[in-house]
Design a protein around this ligand. Structure first.
Ligand SMILES: NC(=O)c1ccc[n+]([C@@H]2O[C@H](COP(=O)([O-])OP(=O)(O)OC[C@H]3O[C@@H](n4cnc5c(N)ncnc54)[C@H](OP(=O)(O)O)[C@@H]3O)[C@@H](O)[C@H]2O)c1
Length: 383
């Protein structure tokens, strides 16, 4: 069945292409202001049909696609403003999204406050995910910290900011190289016993650490970067998740906007925008990596879908244990992305798509050296 908003998404897609061509020489990406983007009020209450095809993350049942809320408060500039992001979160809920992703780190703290306010009217009907794992000096994150007392303090703060008495899915944001994972998993197990948390997740863990954690407290979901541009989970994490019955939640499923067709050779980011420090988005890497977008465009023509929709549909087609959480602060992008659940691939198309994708060399690592050093970390042994 065709998504009722497919035509709208496609017509807005044509609008994007027109704008993109005009900006191709030198564009500065930073989102659009609320004044430029009218809210799609005519369709706001229409649930997207495919969002009813629920998926599981351990004990949690969720819509096949969630909403990443991070860029409502952090990392991509300019920020949208609180009112606009609250409106996008509520529209996502009206359309059938039941998984909302935030973290103590986003802001820090302010994204949880925003999400807490946004979800108040429907908190009991959704799966709310947040993350702990860092120490702070005021509002400055100063490194990994997953000591049990820090986890407990973080969770109490998250609960207060999220205006709730339980977090459905609590992730360790990054493995702490100083704390045995048994202590971390044991603390989360205790928090589950106390009713403050429903399920345990890990983000970018070392795979032995994931197994050790799972032995103490079953892990419901691993949240790793995964997209057509970044297929790292296929080199081990996905197989371990499948062996252990753990769901995979791809973060940056649109490669931080890269695979939407909005980025061009001349794209530059506003000062402070995190993406300006990502080697794959450096001006020298762009021409090669944009071949991935050209591939998405080609498949999009055949499937009557936008590059963002093809990107998300491809992830969904990798298995029913995969639940992408595209981030958006824009109501029209939200509609477009949710349309991705209606785009399907046959088995033969998946093979052909993969062949074409793997023929494109991706230039540059996925993150800065500092962020890469925090991925795949193994926790020290328990003595
Ligand atoms: N576990 C971790 O370490 C980790 C790390 C990073 C992120 N995350 C989580 O993953 C979520 C998603 O990741 P992400 O936000 O970094 O990357 P993403 O979802 O790949 O991309 C988000 C970017 O794409 C743009 N975008 C989205 N849909 C679009 C569309 N249809 N057309 C054009 N542009 C579009 C957004 O801009 P607009 O706002 O203008 O739509 C935003 O700039 C985050 O919100 C966060 O919850 C987790």
């Amino acid at each position: 069945m065709k998504h009722p908003d497919a035509d709208k998404a496609l017509s807005s897609r044509r609008l994007f292409l027109g704008t993109g061509a005009a900006l191709a020489a030198t564009s500065v990406l930073g989102g659009t202001s609320a004044a430029q983007v009218p809210a799609p009020t005519d369709a706001a209450a229409t649930p997207a049909p495919g969002l009813n095809r629920k998926r599981r993350l351990g004990p949690l049942e969720v819509s096949p696609m969630g909403l990443g809320c991070m860029s409502g408060s952090a990392f991509f500039y300019p920020l949208p403003g609180k009112a606009r992001m609250i409106s996008v979160i509520r529209q996502a809920h009206e359309r059938g999204v039941t998984l909302f992703d935030t973290a103590e780190l986003y802001g820090p703290f302010t994204n949880e406050e925003l999400v807490g306010e946004a979800i108040q009217p429907f908190r009991k009907n959704i799966v709310l995910a947040s993350k702990f794992g860092f120490a702070y000096d005021g509002n400055q994150s100063i490194g990994a910290d997953s000591r049990p007392a820090t986890i407990r303090r973080a969770v109490d703060g998250s609960l207060r900011r999220l205006r709730t008495d339980y977090i459905d899915l609590l992730y360790q944001h990054r493995v702490d190289p100083k704390v045995p994972i048994e202590d971390v998993a044991g603390t989360v197990r205790d928090l589950i016993g106390e009713g403050k948390v429903r399920a345990f997740g890990m983000s970018e863990p070392g795979l032995e650490t994931l197994r050790r954690a799972h032995a103490v407290q079953p892990v419901a979901a691993v949240q790793n970067e995964y997209s057509v541009l970044e297929r790292g989970p296929e080199r081990g994490a996905l197989a371990v998740c499948r062996e252990l019955g753990i769901g995979l939640v791809p973060w940056a499923p649109l490669a931080r906007g890269f695979t939407t067709g909005h980025f061009g050779i001349g794209t530059r980011f506003l000062p402070g925008d995190y993406r300006g420090g990502l080697p794959r988005m450096f001006p020298d890497s762009m021409p090669a990596n944009l071949h991935v977008v050209a591939l998405l465009e080609r498949w999009g023509v055949a499937k009557q879908a936008t590059p963002a929709q093809v990107s998300l549909a491809w992830l969904l087609a990798q298995g029913t244990d995969i639940v992408p959480i595209p981030g958006s602060t824009d109501p029209w992008h939200l509609i477009e992305n949710l349309g991705g659940v209606e785009v399907s691939f046959t088995a033969e198309e998946l093979v052909r798509f993969r062949g074409e994708l793997e023929a494109i060399p991706i230039v540059g690592p996925r993150g800065s050296p500092q962020s890469m050093a925090q991925n795949g970390v193994e926790a020290p042994p328990k003595r």
